[in-house]
Design a binder for this molecule. Structure first.
Ligand SMILES: NC(=O)c1ccc[n+]([C@@H]2O[C@H](COP(=O)([O-])OP(=O)(O)OC[C@H]3O[C@@H](n4cnc5c(N)ncnc54)[C@H](O)[C@@H]3O)[C@@H](O)[C@H]2O)c1
Ligand SMILES: [Zn+2]
Ligand SMILES: [Zn+2]
Length: 378
């Protein structure tokens, strides 16, 4: 590899400050250090968590940064000590690591690895260390992945090697949204056959949750969204009924309770709004109902009456669908290649890196499910 060991100059979309359009810049990407892998990004999805950081969280210490965390690419070079990866390998960068050594990795019931930004600086959403510079300034690697760049560098504990047959412009969605929603239903809620589920928010995360509920054998899957344009897509993934809270003048939990003789067995909040999280909890049946928070927010407290839980409901949260990242992602890639999970149906737009702000606008206005940015040819 002609570039191995050298600084790579390449294009990236830099978020210089919150609430401003991203700027396509030439950045310098340092060579991988010990245990690191430098990756040529081929394709990346745009997820609402990128918009969250830019427009909602807006943490002052989280900029300048290169956003993007739902990508796929090819290993360009590896640093000292890396034996698991070689140049040319197809990989998916992981926004949560799996070091296999910490207390959380060793526990089969958790994917909350203790290494990386999620453990160190969860509200800033990047670690202090970065391999990126631009115009002489250090630029942060958002979620350590920074897939809105032609090249990125990650520790090998946050990289999954995937089947060489995988089309990177599709399986990039397994880097976040699809694993998140699907796993929230299958791994976190542990949806059971014959059950009734409600999924709030029909973005890619919610649609993937619908797909997970269906795979788990749910017999009724109620899709809830304030944007009725999403319902046609929800059908494709297995939703059986649709509710638009705006069509009702009573609380949505009352509507769902009436539809289901007292509440659904499982609900999944895939919006990122604490009021919706409360509605989702109040929509599950007393006695055994389980509600899972999937939407990302770290801005407001959530609240509910204790009697909701005293009456036997369970309230849980899910990060990356509960998948241990390095183990789970290659399995989900295989499931896609075996036609057991859908990916193509999530993709409503394909664009280039230069169009990243258009992709962000589409999501902001609810006009897409996923836009895939084609960053480099495969
Ligand atoms: N927990 C995790 O690991 C994780 C990972 C990825 C994304 N997320 C979060 O999941 C959420 C969804 O992400 P996405 O990319 O699918 O977003 P998206 O913007 O594509 O979809 C959100 C959907 O919610 C709907 N919505 C908004 N307000 C609503 C309301 N009051 N009631 C019902 N529906 C409502 C919107 O119309 C839209 O269809 C975001 O909060 C994102 O940050 C969490
Ligand atoms: Zn995401
Ligand atoms: Zn770990």
């Amino acid at each position: 590899m002609a570039t191995a060991g050298k600084v790579i100059k390449c294009k990236a979309a830099v978020a210089w400050e919150p609430n401003k359009p991203l700027v396509i810049e030439e950045i310098e990407v340092a060579p991988p250090q010990a245990n690191e892998v430098r990756i040529k990004i081929v394709a990346t999805g745009v997820c609402h968590t990128d918009l969250y950081h830019l427009f909602e969280g807006m943490h002052k210490d989280g900029f300048p940064a290169v956003l993007g965390h739902e990508g796929a690419g090819i290993v360009e070079s590896v640093g000292p000590g890396v034996t698991e990866f070689q140049p040319g390998d197809k990989v998916i960068p992981l926004f949560i690591s799996q070091c296999r050594e910490c207390r959380f990795c060793k526990n089969p019931n958790s994917n909350q690895c203790d290494k990386g930004w999620a453990a160190e600086r969860p509200s800033i959403m990047s670690s202090t260390d970065t391999r990126f510079t631009c115009k002489g300034k250090k630029v942060l690697q958002f979620m350590e992945t920074s897939t809105f760049s032609e090249y990125t560098v990650l520790n090998q504990m946050a990289v999954a090697k995937i089947d060489p047959a995988a089309p990177l412009d599709k399986v990039c969605l397994l880097g976040c949204g699809v694993c998140t929603g699907y796993g929230a239903a299958v791994n976190t809620a542990k949806v059971e056959p014959g059950s009734t589920c409600a999924v709030f928010g029909m973005g890619a995360v919610g649609l993937a949750a619908v797909m997970g509920c269906k795979a788990a054998g749910a017999s009724r899957i109620i899709a809830v969204d304030i944007n009725p344009e999403k319902f046609e897509k929800a059908k494709v993934f297995g939703a059986t009924e649709f509710v638009n809270p705006k069509d009702h003048n009573k609380p949505i939990n009352k509507v769902l309770s009436e539809m289901t003789n007292g509440g659904v067995d499982y609900s999944l909040e895939c919006v990122g709004n604490v009021e919706v999280m409360r509605s989702a909890l109040e929509s599950v049946v007393k006695g055994w109902g389980v509600s899972v928070m999937v939407g990302w927010t770290d801005m407001h407290d959530f609240s509910a009456r204790p009697i909701q839980l005293i009456a036997g409901r369970t309230w849980k949260g899910s990060l990356f669908g509960g998948f241990k990242s390095k183990d789970g992602v290659p399995q989900m890639v295989k499931a896609y290649l075996d036609k057991k999970v859908k990916l193509d149906e999530f993709i409503t737009h394909n664009m280039t890196l230069a169009q990243v702000n258009d992709a962000i606008e589409l999501m902001k206005h609810g006009k897409c499910i996923r836009t895939v940015l084609n960053i480099s040819p495969q």
